[in-house]
Structures are given as structure tokens and as C-alpha cells.
Ligand binder design. Structure first.
Ligand code: NAP
Ligand code: ZN
Length: 347
């Protein structure tokens, strides 16, 4: 066992604080990663604050991990000491069910094993990336391609793939009108990736405060949803809308923006349920869908795509003792556009 420094939550109401966690001894297929950076995803906040229920404390969040391989188990073939690697939201799955066999481990019929707040195959709680080291089975470790710095690559492991997967699945590309609701961590990667795929991209943000950034990141259009005219002016005008908002929104209003056969994909995961009127879906044969991260092969495909197109996250690197402040800023939509913890500050 390796005892490592970390930063985590001991209850839903206490601020996160320094603590230590145990990393298992390397099995034959395990990789020990020296974590350099860990992104702060809004899911970390939902979990640390118990907003989704059932958090097992203490919890060390962080599922946007970028680092360097420090040691490999005796039978590891995919990674070598010194390789630049990443870990996202999953650290294992059953690998036998039809979804795992299709490369959609995130939809494992037995439940994928989350990077934190889950139980590993060794029966121990999993703990995430706000720590100095992690041990992960080689098949769930991704290669970070040349040309992507580790700090801007870290957020791709969750925010990047969570947008890449639905954009890919629903065919974002030339001739497709794509809207992204919310310009936060997920949303800004959605703008970059959809633009690189060749789609016409619109940002639907609460205000125009980030308009200049949105256009610089690749959006063709930018609207403030605080202006009710937006919902009449843009009615029926998108083929695909991806909702990244971490809070409940008026889905009926946004469904009205879909063209015939259009789909609204929910990736934001608010604490409270949202309602939808039948008559928001019936006209224009609209669909309402959901999407969860992406499979391991798709995550590698996304990293390669981002490297090829020069896409990293827009980040603000912080020391571990600024995590609580960063959480409050994320909740206040005051993030431009992902906080990334420099794990060398964990001591
Ligand atoms: P984030 O950085 O906080 O971004 C969310 C954005 O939503 C904000 O920047 C803000 O954008 C907008 N927003 C926030 N509160 C709002 C409100 N009350 N009304 C309207 N818009 C609001 O969060 P994130 O890390 O991107 O995560 C977003 C959500 O996705 C979270 O719920 C997270 O748990 C979930 N998530 C899901 C998956 C998945 O696999 N499906 C993966 C990762 C995360 P504007 O200021 O531009 O309006
Ligand atoms: Zn995440």
C-alpha cells in the first residue's frame, strides 16, 4: 500500500481539507500514475456536497486526471514508465456485458466503477485525482498525445469526452446547427469540439458576459437566454442542442428551439428533476435524450481528435488550498472555463 497526500470532503457541509488515502499495491495489470493535474468538474461538487445523495465520506473527488506513469505491473503492455497519461470518470467495469464488449463501458450493465465514490474490484473505496498518485488498471488509462500539455489535457478526460460523445453520436458536422446551453467547463469544450467538427455553433448562455470568449472559442452565434425574445427568434432552428447546465432549466422553452427531427441531449445533471410537456416534443418530431461521458476507445479518439485540432481546455491552475474557493466560483458560474489543481501543491 502507498499512502498519498490528497484533498477531500469528510461531510456534505464541511469544506474540503487535506487528508491521506491508500493506493493499492500494483497488480500485474496496474499502472501507478504520478498525478500532475486534476480538473475540477461540477460533478465533483455535486458529489462532495452530497447533492446526488449516497456519497461515501471521506471522498477525494477528481476524475480529470493527467500525469506521468511512475511504475507498471509485471504484465502491463499498453503503458511504460515516463508515458504521459490520463484517467477519466471510470477506473474499471465488468468487461463482459454487451455494452462493455461494444466499448461502451460507461453503460456497463453491472455499473462502471467510478474513479471516486465507488468500490473497486479489490473491495476498497475508490478515491480520485485531487491526490499525488493513483493506481489504475492499464485498460482504463488513456494516452495523452504529443502536442497537448498535461494541464490543458486534464479537463478533456471528462468535460471533453462528455461533449465529444453526443456530438459524434448525433452527427455534428458541416450543415448541422448545434446549440450548446451553458458556457462552463463542459460547454466551452462543446463549442471547441463542435466547431472543429464543422458544425454551425450557437452558445445559449444566461448573459452576454462571455460573448467575446464564446466567439473566440469557435461559436458562430451567441445569445443571452435572459432575453425572452431569443426563444421566439430562434424557434425551430437547431438540429442538435446539448444542455450542459448544472441546475434545472425550463426544458420546454429550449425544446421549442429544435427543428424537425431535432434532438436535445441532456448532459447536465442537476440535483432536482425537470418536467417536460408532451406538446414540447410532439411538434417537429423532437427527441429528448441523455448521454454519459464516453467509452474508453472513444475517450482515446477524443484525445487524438483534440491533439490533431490543437484543442485543450481554457484553464485556471490553482493550488489545492484554493479548491473550496474554486467550488464556490464554479457554482456562481464564475469559471473561465475550468479550474485545474496543480497536485504538486498537495505536499
Ligand atoms: P460548470 O462549469 O458549472 O458549467 C455549467 C454552466 O451552466 C455554467 O457555467 C453556466 O453557464 C450554466 N448555468 C449554471 N447555473 C445555471 C442556471 N441556474 N441557469 C442557467 N444556466 C446555468 O459545470 P460543468 O463542470 O460543465 O458540469 C455541468 C453539468 O454536467 C453538471 O451538472 C455536471 O455534474 C454534469 N456532468 C455530466 C456528465 C455526463 O456524463 N453527463 C459529465 C460531466 C459533468 P452560463 O454562465 O454560460 O449560463
Ligand atoms: Zn466530470
Amino acid at each position: 500500500m502507498l499512502t498519498v497526500n490528497a484533498y477531500g470532503a469528510t461531510s456534505a457541509t464541511e469544506p474540503l481539507a487535506p487528508l491521506t488515502v491508500e493506493r493499492r499495491d500494483l497488480g500485474p495489470h496496474d499502472v501507478l500514475i504520478d498525478i500532475k493535474f486534476a480538473g475540477i468538474c461540477h460533478s465533483d461538487i455535486h458529489t462532495a456536497r452530497g447533492e446526488w445523495g449516497a456519497t461515501n465520506y471521506p471522498v477525494v473527488p477528481g476524475h480529470e486526471i493527467a500525469g506521468v506513469v511512475a511504475e507498471v505491473g509485471s504484465e502491463v503492455t499498453k503503458h511504460a514508465v515516463g508515458d504521459r497519461v490520463g484517467v477519466g470518470c471510470m477506473v474499471d467495469s465488468c468487461r463482459e456485458c454487451e455494452n462493455c464488449l461494444k466499448g461502451e463501458e460507461q453503460y456497463c450493465l453491472k455499473g462502471n466503477i467510478g474513479t471516486y465514490n465507488a468500490v473497486g474490484k479489490d473491495g476498497q473505496p475508490t478515491q480520485g485525482g485531487y491526490s499525488t498518485h493513483v493506481v489504475v488498471t492499464e485498460d482504463f488509462v488513456l494516452r495523452i498525445p504529443e502536442g497537448l500539455e498535461l494541464d490543458v489535457a486534464a479537463p478533456l478526460l471528462c468535460a471533453g469526452v462528455t461533449l465529444f460523445s453526443p456530438l459524434n453520436h448525433w452527427g455534428a458536422g458541416p450543415g448541422k446547427r448545434v446549440a450548446i446551453i451553458g458556457l462552463g467547463g463542459l460547454g466551452h469544450m462543446g463549442v471547441k469540439i463542435a466547431h472543429a467538427m464543422g458544425a454551425e455553433v450557437t452558445v445559449l448562455s444566461q448573459s452576454l458576459k462571455k460573448q467575446e470568449d464564446g466567439l473566440r472559442l469557435g461559436a458562430d452565434h451567441y445569445y443571452a437566454t435572459s432575453d425572452p425574445d431569443v426563444f421566439t427568434d430562434l424557434a425551430g432552428s437547431f438540429d442538435l442542442i446539448v444542455n450542459t447546465v448544472s441546475a434545472t432549466i425550463d426544458l420546454d422553452a429550449y425544446l421549442g428551439l429544435l427543428a424537425v427531427n431535432g434532438t436535445l441531449v441532456e448532459v447536465g445533471a442537476p440535483e432536482k428533476p425537470m418536467t417536460v410537456a408532451a406538446f414540447s416534443l410532439i411538434p417537429n418530431r423532437r427527441s429528448l435524450a441523455g448521454s454519459m461521458i464516453g467509452g474508453i476507445a472513444e475517450t482515446q479518439q477524443m484525445l487524438d481528435f483534440c491533439a490533431e485540432h490543437g484543442l485543450g481546455a481554457e484553464i485556471e491552475v490553482i493550488a489545492a488550498d484554493k479548491i473550496n474557493e474554486a467550488y464556490d466560483r464554479v457554482v456562481a458560474s464564475d469559471v473561465r472555463y475550468r479550474f485545474v489543481v496543480d497536485t504538486s501543491t498537495l505536499g
